[in-house]
Design a protein around this ligand. Structure first.
Ligand code: ZID
Length: 196
């Protein structure tokens, strides 16, 4: 089976969770990257069975998450992390949560992954070598969508531009597919936060 790392799951409402379920239903092993300050809450809810109802797969079994990694995709490596974040007690309880460290930990734990899903709202492009990569974008990158301001439309434009460049570069050099899907509307936390 394939092994997938989905970056950007902290509850069972977003795209990341739904994508994880589809991949699990197709037989993939699921690894998750969860924003550091949300990690405790997510793991506790998982453990207490709060997500059990939405973990049900088409065959009736429950989606299994092999491992949850703490992740803050804002920071590429430990040198990037400012002191106030290091000292923050929501971060101090976890370790190895920068992009590079998570990639190294996944490599140590599992060797490689086949599928990388970027389902972050607010995070820059995350790149781990091997297989294929999908991120979620939105048409506001090229058309005016009222309310999708504050840097979000430009972030999506940058994401799509990076996707094209990476698809070209990584495709040629490493045979890695890099794609972005323009998502439809979903009432996730991120979407509610901007009034969609
Ligand atoms: P979500 O809140 O469920 O997931 C985002 C996750 O990112 C959360 O778990 C955060 O904790 C995590 N996160 C944020 N910052 C960091 C960080 N620094 N490090 C690690 N984790 C972090 O929201 P979602 O499922 O909506 O978002 C997933 C992706 O889908 C994002 O890239 C969205 O931009 C994209 N997307 C979502 C929608 C939507 O409707 N939910 C649309 C398009 C793209 C959209 O807005 N018509 C109107 C609107 C839309 C589509 C059509």
């Amino acid at each position: 089976g394939k092994r997938a790392f989905i970056a950007g799951i902290a509850d069972d409402n977003g795209y990341g969770w739904a994508i994880a379920k589809s991949l699990a239903a197709a037989g993939a092993e699921i690894l998750v990257g969860t924003w550091v300050p949300a990690l405790n809450m997510f793991e506790t809810s998982l453990r207490r069975g709060k997500f059990d109802e939405s973990r049900v797969l088409p065959d009736g079994s429950l989606m299994k998450i092999t491992k949850v990694y703490a992740l803050d995709a804002v920071f590429d490596n430990p040198e990037d992390v400012p002191e106030d974040i290091k000292a923050n007690k929501r971060y101090a309880g976890s370790s190895n949560w920068t992009v590079q460290e998570v990639a190294e930990c996944v490599k140590q734990d599992f060797g490689s992954i086949d599928i990388l899903v970027h389902s972050l709202a607010n995070g820059p492009e995350v790149v781990i070598a091997g297989g294929s990569s999908v991120s979620l974008t939105y048409i506001a990158s090229e058309r005016i969508i009222p309310g999708y301001g504050g840097g979000m439309s430009s972030a999506k434009a940058a994401l799509e531009s990076d996707t094209r460049m990476l698809a070209f570069e990584a495709g040629r050099k490493h045979k890695i597919r890099v794609n972005a899907i323009s998502a439809g509307p979903l009432r996730s936390r991120a979407a509610r936060a901007i009034g969609f």
